[in-house]
Design a protein around this ligand. Sequence first.
Ligand code: ADP
Length: 299
Amino acid sequence: MSSKLNILCVGACCFDIVSQVLKYPLEDTDQRCLDQHWQRGGNASNSCTVLGLLGAKPTFFGTIADSHEKRFLLEDFAKFDVNTDYAVIHEGCDSPASCIILSAATGSRTIVHSNKNLPELSVEDFNKIDLSAFQWVHFEGRNVTNITKMIEHIREYNKSHQDGSSITISVEIENAKHELESLIPLPDVLFVSKDYAMFKGYTNKEETVEKIQAQTIPGCLVICPWGEDGASASSSDGQLVHSSAFPPSQVVDTLGAGDTFIAATIFSLASGCTLKDSITFGCRIAGLKVGVIGWEPLR
Ligand code: ADP
């Protein structure tokens, strides 16, 4: 295995059209934007971008439509040194796509998403992967039934690789959906978004990690980023650690801030850093990201 961190990110890839506006528009008005560009998006896809920027060896594993956006998406992965050999291409369907408005006044991102008919990853797709190439597998929390089986498959693999070559499993639960709860007791490292936490009625990052920790497997790390409030994390031995955010001089693009935080935190944990240092690194890199549009300026 190469000395670079081999990390497999499982989840979605999306085609984004990003418009930067001075101020969020009023409904039924017509305005010219400051700038507009195409961007590759999707949580797992974004985390791969950041891992590539950090010098890891990320592999994207997800479905991609064989539509006219495919070329742009695959070329953009390549620009950031992301391996797409395992991507599953589906013919005869549309690419998931998003129209995104970035407001210069507030740094907010407003997303309107479409996913018409691109199939989710199957367990059969996953079983074709040579797991020995990876030391960490990160799952975006979607496609719950299938990723539960994929995680079981890695646990089986790990049983016969107790010699230090076992794979660390992380999961992010992000969306306000009840079905994601069943993923909580599965990974070694669990990322819980502010959106999911608020959906569960938790009011801050400290409360979130404490309440979620009680539902995880022994030894699991629970990590919760909370926008400009930074991030908290806990381990099952009761250790609770925090990091403040690292705001740039101007917040211009928070699209993918969470994916950036996750990628940088995984990078640091996989490099052997402590939980506190890892979430602090996650916040530092996410702080850099929200100060620039997209990821191109960070290349
Ligand atoms: P998401 O993209 O899932 O909504 P968050 O808003 O929780 O993610 O942000 C993830 C991380 O990005 C935070 O922990 C923080 O480090 C950083 N971040 C997000 N927004 C800001 C901001 N306005 N200023 C500084 N850092 C930010």
